[in-house]
Design a protein around this ligand. Sequence first.
Ligand code: NIG
Ligand code: FE
Length: 424
Amino acid sequence: MTDCDLLIVHAEELATPAGRGPRRGAAQDELLVLRDAALAVQRGRIAAVGPTAEIEAAWRARVRHDARGSFVVPGFVDAHTHPAFVATREREYDLRLRGVGYEEITRRGGGIFRSVDDLRAAPDDVLAACLRGHLRGFLAAGTTTVECKSGYGLTWRDERRSLELLAREAAALPLRVVPTFLGAHQMPREFRERRADYVRELAKEMLPEVKRLGLARYCDVFCDVGAFTVEEARAVLQAARDLGLGLRIHAEELGPSGGARLAAELGAASADHLIHADDAAIDAMGAAGVTPVLLPGTVFALAKSAPPARKMIARGLPVALATDFNPGTSYLQSPLLLLSLACAVLRLTIAEALTAATANAAASLGLADECGALLPGLSADAVLIRGTSHQLLGYRLAEGPIERVLCRGQLLDPRAFGPFASAA
Ligand code: NIG
Ligand code: FE
């Protein structure tokens, strides 16, 4: 008998990617599925996974949680979110439903500009409280690792406090937060007539400070119609790469931006959205090892056509998923609804979607050896969901309920986290 901190026993089913990410092609559809399953946790890591009888014969724990009535999957990894905002934008959604386009709303000074005005005007305590509510919302929804972007400040002061307050709020929770600098989210109004100056400021002033202060692991650019051009994005991302930051890019969302090819050229970790990515861009990304991060919540809420997910899987790219949680185009935190949308909108199988939102998302964040699967040695991150089969995930539209969230070995009751996403 070996001692451990926690045993989760008698789960109706345990389902996990059968290996660490990135998982491509047929492997993306392969899960390890056990019935009447157990999980042993020691010092925040998974010590063992197996049938309850076997695990209980080998491990003895201080705390034993009976998971009858639930199935267990890895803690969800959300590889693309924008939680550093202080106000919702539901009126814009209503305007869009009345036929006003997203780009038109931006031209009228709404969109990202609206959220930038709100954030710049908000004192630190308001921004911190919003970040706290959003981070708790992720955890309560079953997400245990989340990539979080700045990008509604667009001044050094406001980008910096977005990332500093994010780090402070993240440190108070078990949630694993991966910070990304998105100072290139939109061209600030005050630079409209001198775009090159803002690009220079990003590359020469802000990014070196981001690096020096350890505020972000990745740099992202919104490379699209109405945002940054390929040339501008290249200048910012090259500077980030030279500083040793990883690269991510918003590409091919609103139009064929050329961002996917740029991601391949620069060896970015991910290219995200990809609604307009063509075959050549997909192959270039595949050859360069760029992970496609697909955001079906945004596709759904903007009523766009779906990115070519099946083609990406067929061509051997390890497709990942994310919510794109933001106040403009995807007010979504739930990984359960994300999976349902991935199946219904992108036509992924349930197993492919689960892999995309766990092992492949983790791999896109450089965390394949840390999380994303229920395998010995990885972080003890799991979600216990009421039901008997992981296949309920795609089928039962957005419905949980989430019974428990295991995050870095801490077993949490999501009801203790209050309402999801409590933006002011
Ligand atoms: O990923 N595309 C850029 N950023 C967000 C939208 C941000 C906003 O509208 O506030 C996105 O869709
Ligand atoms: Fe985004």
